[in-house]
Design a protein around this ligand. Structure first.
Ligand code: UD1
Length: 432
């Protein structure tokens, strides 16, 4: 299937269980190859980015065994080379974690430079700067990063920006460096903390993850562990916003409410009911138009950039004018033209989107430009009048497990279809 056909108007009601965080799992799966012993990872989401990464590590020789849908066993003792094939990982940005993991373990790595990305240019200069400070010699040749170190030594690294990827990559390499590494201006996202907890469970010595200063004392060897991935705050946030957009009442379960505070606070501010439990959050709205607001994306604990498109979809129908400012990525408004095709009134000026709330959205044929923007279009379609077709759902499948099934269980009228079996007649949409 490559499209969702969605008939809007059904309020989402019920409970939805949230899976493991894709972004934490990408880092942790890579870090798992740093020991020669077997690592068992639980709560791994079954999404295409993760499956591609598992394919990539098995290509370089790791043994990957899927115990069940959400549990994998990884053994990195059989890795035969430190060179990673471009075709296998070109679509996963987080393939850059292989650099930190392979350099840490083998003091040598040859990894394709990640390509361009639909949400903006994403340099990795901070990753490279950190590794160089630890004694790694880095060359870029024929599209590959070729990294080698005669000896990996601890260093004092000050990141220019609190980059999630650079923090985790440096943390992985530093785990097996000689001496002490200090990362200043480190990212504080929950998946940085999860990656540190995982490495510590393998015998690493990392302190301060979740704060701006992380201290790592290098160890000689890492050992086996069993570890469960942290719940996905972005998956949870997406269902919370979908509940608000459809005038529904949804409880997201298996979450850490603290991680969702920026999203919960924004939903409360615009008029939703938000209730927090130990490991669940309930979001309800009575279907009346919500209030306008301002959203500024910021590193954690600020409002996450990965929730920016979804909240924009919700605010298209708010009362008054909302302003969204994107501070992390430079090209994250690609969904705007698609929402406008559904009747939204949005103007983009520089790094801000100005959204004038409208009475209703109407179903249309739209294309998902990237993962989170794709989820936003689904949210818009669920709240719109009539039928929408969301194309290119391959992006959505990179990060949401069973998105259509979970929405259907909450009462959505959504069907995944294969476009070759799909016909469109005037304004009517039918599935053959
Ligand atoms: C991760 C997440 C992504 C999320 C982002 C911000 C993964 C796999 N992806 O991406 O979903 O949107 O965090 O929360 O976990 N930057 C540089 N140089 C660098 C590194 C980053 O200039 O070396 C810039 C980026 O262009 C961006 C900002 O720093 O403007 C933050 O990027 P970063 O936190 O590194 O994002 P990712 O780790 O790529």
């Amino acid at each position: 299937m490559d499209q969702y056909v969605i008939k809007g108007g059904n309020p989402l009601v019920g409970e939805v269980e949230i899976g493991g965080a894709k972004n934490a799992a990408l880092a942790i799966i890579t870090a798992a190859i740093m020991t020669d012993e077997t690592v068992t990872l639980e709560n791994i989401p079954d999404v295409s980015d993760i499956n591609a990464l598992l394919g990539a590590i098995s290509f370089i020789g790791a043994v990957v065994e899927r115990v069940d849908r959400h549990t994998v066993r990884i053994n990195g003792s059989t890795i035969s080379g430190s060179s990673v094939d471009y075709d296998l990982i070109k679509k996963i940005r987080a393939s850059y974690y292989l650099l930190g993991a392979l350099i840490g373990k083998y003091k040598k790595a040859e990894v394709p430079l990640p390509g361009g990305c639909t949400i903006g240019s994403r340099p990795i200069d901070q990753h490279l700067k950190g590794l160089e400070a630890m004694g790694v010699d880095i060359k870029i040749e024929h599209g590959d990063i070729i990294a080698e170190a005669s000896e990996l030594r601890g260093a004092h690294i000050f990141l220019d920006m609190a980059s999630v990827g650079a923090t985790i990559n440096i943390m992985m390499a530093a785990t097996m460096a000689r001496g002490k590494t200090i990362i200043e201006n480190a990212a504080r996202e929950p998946h940085v903390v999860d990656a540190a907890n995982f490495l510590n469970s393998m015998g690493a010595n990392i302190k301060g993850a979740g704060t701006e200063v992380i201290r790592i004392r290098g160890v000689q060897k890492l050992h086996k562990t069993t570890y469960s991935i942290v719940p996905d705050m972005i998956e949870a946030g997406t269902y919370m916003v979908a509940a608000a957009a459809t005038g529904g009442d949804v409880t997201v379960t298996n979450v850490i409410p603290k991680h969702l505070e920026a999203i919960s606070a924004k939903l409360k501010e615009i008029g939703c009911t938000v209730e927090e439990f130990d490991d669940a959050v309930r979001v309800a709205s009575d279907g009346r138009r919500l209030k306008r607001t301002q959203v500024k994306t910021l590193p954690y604990p600020g409002f996450p950039t990965d929730m920016q498109p979804q909240i924009a979809a919700l605010l298209t129908r708010s009362l008054g004018t909302s302003i969204i400012t994107e501070n992390i990525f430079d090209s994250r408004f690609k969904y705007v033209d698609e929402l406008v095709r559904m009747g939204a009134s949005i103007k983009v000026k520089g790094d801000s989107a100005i959204i004038t709330g409208c009475e209703k959205l109407t179903g249309a044929r739209v294309e998902a430009p990237d993962l989170r923007a794709g989820a936003a279009l689904v949210i818009a379609a669920l709240s719109a009048e009539g039928v929408s077709v969301v194309e290119d759902i391959v992006y959505i499948q990179r990060g949401y497990e069973d998105f259509d099934l979970k929405l259907k269980r909450l009462g959505a009228d959504i069907t995944g279809v294969d476009s070759t079996r799909f016909f469109r007649k005037k304004n009517e949409v039918q599935i053959s």
